[in-house]
Design a binder for this molecule. Structure first.
Ligand SMILES: [Zn+2]
Length: 686
């Protein structure tokens, strides 16, 4: 946390910095950002002690000179040229065990010690570069010092990284009303580390270890990437949510697959500001696509704000758009982005492509997208297109097919797919379901899937007292093995769902395929009726979908005894998955568990798909214990139903869940959640 007494001083520095950067008219955002990413080195700075950044301290050692970094006519940071120490204090009690785990699994850091519930990490440094427009240090004196350019170790990291350059964070500070942003790279004896501190917008400080993609990787070899070491909320609890500066309220996306892999996207986004002084919109936008050893760039052609050209930068998988003058709080701004690239990648020569949940359009952050949706797709007439939303029209002619879909919203991460598909449809109780089978018309499998879908949404409606939220569902076969995904109104599911038992590999993957489809269908509620605004809340989608699927299989088993046996089998798999987790596996903080290898990646999956549903079952058992089996069960369903009704299709949160539990039971559930959801403990099921 920044010390309050220095705020005024830093605010004045920021104003000077902005005045020097030439704001109005033809402001060159790209040049402004580029200067920050490659700053020049100025005079020495006499520090009267270590640089104290709250949870992190940089202690220059003997022989270390501290120099100013300069860009756009002002100081933008400090360069520690020479040895020293980095001291990190992790005091957040939920993060300490996760950070301990990360240090052990993913770093070479040697000196980490736990005391009185907090964690202290000391790493000897060879150098450090700290960006910040308001660092609380005196002005430079003289030229002094050795270095005239930034060190080689830094350029190796910042030459084409897989994460954002410092200018992205600093642009947010300069133009979107952030303050006290710090971005630093530490060149340690054992590891290089990255610090990202944002007290206003994310209200989060994060420490990462920097790794390199192995050079044998044909497309990304040598690029730097980061894994989380520790993170702490700033001036809030983990469960206090952060509002995005701008929220997309309407998206009109035109997708034109002109030929082969080539796609042009025109995205018209209506963005509402949640506060004043937001002069920058930051979205994710894919920078390149891959197929085998080939890399294809994605190029932004134009960006209009309110119909007029505006400064923008497309770099490191992000699109930053300058809004000038900054719109008032609650104002709506229209941003129109046109970009083009080989987005329609057909995997291994297949005849389909999918613009999935990745940022193929300027995708707002999770907490910045609650949009109504219009999608217009144009494809060659050899393909059939699908898109999130209910069909407004399908037209054909002139060698092309056109599809227009619409949803009133709010919607997050819409998708589009097209390919050589046979479509089997049915409409029951006002809901239409398309099953699209790849290349071959798999009529029998499609009919089974249609029956399964309609039966499942009826059962879920019975459980949740909330109907399936859309008028249409498109279940699209993906010609791969072993996964499923459920964006709004679409399910991508791999081929074993369409031809169970046709061959051996199929048999391996089709085990549990019904459960997987039941899981994907459950996302229409857990993910789309209740949305997540951060990865912390991802268990509300994955663990709830997993638990719902298990309940569905239990009730569809035919007999009560068979159902119980099936459920026990699933429950046992959750238990054994949870038992494999080891220390530092928090459901809420799973996104901060470093996935350094396959085992770590599996652990993150186990937290969401095993431990999460296990915790839901523990809540159910706790209710049954307190109120008796029948009443406890009634309260459990009441919890699900109240949770789905809480916010009209907006963001759900774990705190809502705690609040509903408190209300229906009259108990205080927060301590329980602090142990098993926010913290790393596993509840007993006895
Ligand atoms: Zn899922």
């Amino acid at each position: 946390m920044f010390h309050k007494k220095t705020v005024t001083f830093r605010a004045i520095v920021l104003v000077l910095f902005l005045l020097g950067s030439g704001w109005a008219g033809a402001f060159d955002l790209a040049a402004w950002m580029q200067a920050l990413d490659a700053p020049t080195i100025g005079g020495s700075v006499a520090l009267d002690g270590p640089l104290d950044l709250g949870w992190i301290t940089v202690e220059p050692g003997a022989g270390c000179t501290v120099r100013e970094l300069r860009a756009n006519g002002s100081r933008c940071g400090l360069f520690f040229d020479g040895p020293g120490n980095l001291v990190v204090r992790v005091t957040d009690r939920f993060m300490v065990p996760v950070a301990m785990r990360n240090i052990k699994h993913a770093t070479s850091l040697r000196r980490a010690s736990e005391q009185d519930g907090s964690l202290r990490i000391v790493e000897p440094l060879k150098g450090a570069v700290v960006w910040g427009l308001e660092l609380p240090v005196p002005a430079a004196i003289g030229g002094g010092g050795r270095a005239t350019q930034l060190p080689g170790w830094l350029s190796k990291i910042l030459d084409d990284p897989t994460f954002a350059h410092p200018s992205h964070e600093l642009a947010e500070q300069a133009f979107a009303g952030a303050h006290g942003t710090v971005y630093a790279i530490f060149h340690g004896n054992h590891d290089d580390l990255l610090l990202d501190q944002d007290p206003v917008i994310d209200r989060l400080e994060e420490l990462y270890v920097i790794k390199k993609v192995p050079s044998r990787n044909p497309v990304n070899g040598g690029r730097a990437y980061v894994l989380p070491v520790a993170a702490q909320p700033m001036g809030r609890h983990w469960w206090d949510h952060v509002t995005a500066p701008m929220v997309a309220t309407a998206e009109d996306l035109s997708v034109n697959n002109t030929k082969a892999q080539r796609v042009t996207v025109r995205a018209k986004m209506k963005l509402r500001t949640t506060r004043g002084g937001v002069g920058l919109w930051r979205a994710s936008l894919v920078q390149r696509t891959y197929k085998e050893r080939n890399v294809y760039p994605v190029a932004v052609r134009s960006v209009l704000v309110g119909g007029k050209p505006a400064p923008w930068v497309h770099q490191d998988g992000e699109l930053l758009v300058r809004l000038y003058p900054a719109p008032a709080a609650g104002a709506t701004v229209e941003v129109e982005v046109e970009h083009e690239g080989d987005l329609a990648i057909r995997p291994s020569g297949d005849a389909y492509w999918a613009l999935g949940t990745w940022p193929w359009y300027p995708q707002p952050p999770l907490n910045g997208e609650l949009a109504s949706l219009d999608i217009h797709v144009t494809v060659p007439d050899s393909l059939t297109a699908f898109a999130s939303g209910d069909t407004v029209s399908r037209e054909a002619g002139d060698g092309k097919k056109l599809l227009h879909t619409h949803l009133d919203g709010p919607v997050q991460f819409p998708v589009v797919a097209a390919g050589d598909y046979h479509v089997f449809s049915d409409t029951r109780d006002g809901v239409k379901c398309d099953v699209a089978t790849y290349v071959f018309g798999k009529k029998k499998a499609a009919k089974l899937l249609l029956d399964f879908f309609f039966t499942t949404i009826k059962v879920y409606d019975g459980y949740f007292h909330t109907p399936y939220p859309y008028k249409e569902m498109h279940i699209v076969e993906i010609n791969q093995w072993g996964w499923g995904q459920a964006p709004p109104g679409v399910i991508f599911i791999t081929q074993e769902a369409f031809s169970p038992l046709s061959n051996t590999i199929n048999q391996i993957f089709s085990q549990g395929v019904n459960e997987r489809i039941a899981h994907e269908i459950a996302h229409s509620w857990w993910g789309h009726v209740v949305k997540m605004d951060s990865t912390e809340e991802q268990w509300l989608t994955e663990s709830f979908a997993e638990y719902s699927a298990a309940l569905l299989l239990r009730s569809a088993a035919g007999s009560d005894r068979k159902g119980k046996r099936l459920f026990t089998k699933v429950l046992n798999s959750w238990k054994s998955g949870t038992a494999m987790l080891g220390d530092g596996a928090s459901i809420y903080l799973h996104g901060y568990m470093a996935a350094n290898d396959e085992a770590d990646t599996m652990d993150r999956i186990r937290v969401l798909y095993n431990k999460g549903p296990l915790v839901l079952h523990a809540i159910r058992l706790r209710l049954e214990k307190k109120l008796g089996a029948k009443q406890g069960d009634r309260f459990f369903w009441a919890l699900f139903r109240a949770f789905l009704k809480h916010d009209g299709g907006g963001f759900g949160s774990t705190e809502d869940l705690v609040g509903i539990l408190d209300r229906i039971t009259g108990d205080d559930w927060h301590p329980w959640f602090e142990r098993y959801v926010y913290g790393c403990e596993t509840p007993s099921l006895k």
